[in-house]
Design a protein around this ligand. Sequence first.
Ligand SMILES: [Zn+2]
Length: 926
Amino acid sequence: STDSVESGQARDPGALNSAGRAFPALAPTFGFRTSLGQWLSLARLETRTLLRSLPFLVLMLFGLLNLTGNLSSELNGRFLYPVTHRMLSTIAGGFDLFLLIVIVFYSAELVWREKKHRFHEIQGSLPVPSWTFLTSKFAALTVLILVSLTLAMGLTMVFQLVKGFHHLEPGLYLRGLFVMSFSEWLLLAVIAMFTQVIGRQRYLGFFLMMLYFLVNTFGPELGMEHHLFFYRSTPAVIYSDMNGYGHFADAALWFKFFWGLLAVIMLTVAARLWPRGSQDSLWPALRNLPSRWRPVHSGIVTAAGLGFMACGAFIYYNTNILNDFEPGDDDERVQANYESQFKDYQKNPSPRVTAVVAEVDFYPEQRRVDIRGTFDLANKTDQFIEELYLNINPLQELRSLSLDNGLTLTEPTQWDQETGFRVYHLTEAVAPGRTVKLSFDLGADIDGFVNNGANPEIVANGSFISNLDYLPRIGYLSDLELTVPTDRRKQGLDPEWSMPSLDDPENLMTTFISDADHITFEAVVSTCAGQTAIAPGKLQAQWEQDGRRYFSYRVDEPILNFYAFLSGRYEVAREQWHDVDLEVFYHKDHAVNVPRMLESMRATLDYCTASFSPYPYEQLRIVEFPRYRRFAQAFPGTVPFSESADFISDLRDTDNIDMVFYITAHEIAHQWWGHQLIPANVPGGQMITESLAQYTALMVMEKDLGPSRVGKFLQYELMNYLRGRGAERDEEMPLFREEGQSYVYYRKGSLVFYALRDYLGEDVVNDALQEFLMAHLDQGPPYATAPELLERLRERTPPQYAYLIEDLFETITLYDNRTEAVTCTRTENGRFRVVVDYVSRKYQADGQGLEVEVPHQDWVELGVFGEDADGQEIQLCREKRRLTTGEGRLEVIVDQEPKRAGIDPRNLLIDRVVGDNSKAVSMGAG
Ligand SMILES: [Zn+2]
C-alpha cells in the first residue's frame, strides 16, 4: 500500500546518512497519517507564503487592471451586452498572460525556495518523502490558479452588474473558467515544475519552458497541425448561448484527459527526481532513480501510460479515421485541383434547375441530416445534353440517384472524392427544351470529433444548412475557384483570376447561382421534439409523428435557387405587416433586441414597397443561429442571423450606432436587391446587391434616427473604406467594376449612394432604381449589370453634376478638402457674415493607389453650424458651392451665431483626411 512504500522511502538508510546521524530516541512513526499531516501543513505553508508574496500581488494587480482596460474598450463601434461567454474570452485576452507568468515564475520559486533560503540541506534531511514536497508545492500552485481565476471572475461579474447586465451565469463561469481554463493551467503548472526539476536550475528550467512555448507556437506553422503533437494543445472551443459548448466539448475534454495522463507521468517522475538536499545535477538523480523506484511508481506510470496510449488511439480514431484529418491549407489545394481537373466541363451544356421538392430530416442530437428530393432539370440550351455533372458535398453519403422517364444513370464515369464532383453519362441524351426529373437520397452523419474545423452547420441546437452546401449542385462551379493571386500562384495556377467579362453577352445569362434561373420550391422539414424546423416559404401544415415534428413549406412566387433549412429550440415573436407575417425566431435569453428588429423589418418594408416594388412573399422571418458563423444571410423571405452580434447589441446608449436596426434593414433590403433584382455574375454585381442594400438601410435609418446619427455611421464607413484600400494587396477597382472587394461594395458603396442622394435628391435616385428593378423583375436572363444602372442614373443627372457619375462610380476619386480658417463678423442688421478660407484638391488613383491630381471646379457643400438652446449642434447653412482647385474663400450670411463651419463638413465626398473639413469659428471685430 501507499503508506508502507512511502514510509519505506523515509527510512531509506541513504537519507538518514545524509543527515549525518539518526535520531533513535524519538522513535518516530512514519505512517500514512503522518505523511498526510506533514503534507497538509506543508501545503498550507507553501500556499500562505505564495499568496502573500509581493510579485504575486503585483502581477495580479496588473492582470486585473489590464482586464479592466480590455473590458471597457469596445471594438468597431459595436456595443454588445457583457454576456458571460464574452467575459470569458475577455479574461482569456486580458488576464491569461499574467496568470501564465505567475505560474511559470512560481513553479521555479517553489522548486528552489528552500535552496534560496539555504534551507535545502536541512529540508533534504528531514524524514519526509519527496512526493510530499512536490505535491504540496503543486497544491499551492493549484490554489494560486484557483484564486487568480476567482479574482478574474469576480471582476467580470462586477463589470456585468455595473453595466446593468443582470443575467449572470455562474454555471457557465464554472464550466468555462473552472473546468476548461483551470485544466489547461494545471497542465501548464505540471510542465513548468517538471522543467524546473529536470533543468536542475531556475534558468535552465525557464529555458526549457521557452523551448516548449516555441515548439507549441511554431510547430503547427511548420505543418505539424495535429494537436496530439503538442502538450496541452486542444482543438479550439467556441461557446454559443444557443448550443452551449456543444460538440466542441467532447474533443476538448478528450484531449485534456489525454494530456492529463501525461501530466501524471511527469509528476511521478518529477517526484522521484526531486532535487533533494544538495543533489544539484540530474545525472546522479537519474542514476539513483532505479533504487528509488517503487512498485507504486511503476503502477502509476504504467496505468497512466496505458491510459495515455489508449486515449491517444481513441483521439486518432476520431480525428483521422472516423473523420478526415484536414491540414489548414488543404482547402486551397482541393479548390485548385477542382479547377484544374474540371474547368473544361464548364463549356459543355448543362441543364438548369427549375423546380425543387425536398424532404429534410434533422436529427440534431445525433448531428445527422437526411435529405431526399427531386429537381426538375430543363435543357435550356440548343444542344443535346449527354453528360450530367453533379457536385455533392463529400461529407454526405449518396444513397440513391435516379432520373425519370426511363433515363438511367450509369455509375459515375468520374468521381472526385475530395470535392464530390461526379460525371454521369446519360444513356439517352436530353434534347433541347426537354425537362427530366432527378431524384436523390443522401445524408450527412457526423460521428466523433475532429482535430480542427468542426462542422458548425449540423449541431444539437441551431442547425443551419444551405442548398449550396447540402443539396446537389449541377455543373462546374466557378465559385469554388481560388481568386487571390498569391493563393493561386502557391497552388501552381495562373495567378491572374478575373471575373467573367462584362463584354461577353453570354456571361450575362447567369447569376452567382450558376445552375438555375428561377425555381419553384416546396419542402417538408422534420426535426426532434422541442425544436422548430424552418425553410423559406409559407408554413402550409405542421404535424407530429413518432415523436418528431414536421413542417411543410411552400413559396408561391418563383425564387432564386438559394434556400436554407434550420432547426432549433426557438422562442417566436410574431407581428403582422399588412398581409405579411413577421416572425423572429430567437434563443430564449436573446429577447432584448427583438422588438427593435421588428421595427426595422416594418420600416424597411414600408420604405421599399413605397419606393421600389411590392414585397413578393407572405412572410418575412429572422432566424437566429449559433455564433460559430458570424453573418446574416438573406434567403427568400427568411433571413438567418448569427447570435454573435445583433441579438446581444446594447442599444441603451442612443449615441452608439444602432447596428440592430441597420443590419436588419440591410438584410431585408436584399429581398429587393438580390432577390427581385438579380445581377449577372460579372464585375459590379455586388454593387447591385450590397451597395444598394447599404443605401436602402441608410435611408431607412435616417428616417428613424435622423441625419446626425447616420452621419456618424458614414464616418465609420469612410474610415473603413480608407483602411480597406490601404490594405489592398492586389488591385482596387472602381465601384461599378468591383470584383468582390468588400471595402468597395459595402463601405464605398454606402458613401457613394448617400452622396448621390444628396446631390440628385432621393426621388431621383429611387426613380432610377425602381425603373432598373422593373426592367428586370421576373425576367430571367440576361441579368442586371452595374453599367445599366449607371446609364439610368446618368440620364437623370443635371448637367452641372455630370462629372459625379464618373467620379463616384467609374474612377477612384478622392478629395483633400480642408478648412484653413473661419472668421465671422456681425452685419449691420444683426446677422452674421461667415468667411471660410479653404484648400481643395482632387485626385484620381489607379488600382495600385498611385494618385494624380486633377484640377476641378466641383460642387462641394458649404456648411455652417450653430447651437440650439440645449447646446445641441444645428445646421445654419447647407448649400452646394462651386469650388476651384487650391486655395479659395467662401462667404455666407446666417441668422444665428455660428460655432463651426467648413467645406464638405459631412464628408459626403471621399476625403483622404477626415476631420479637417470644418473648423471652429473665430469672431472678428465689427
Ligand atoms: Zn448584404
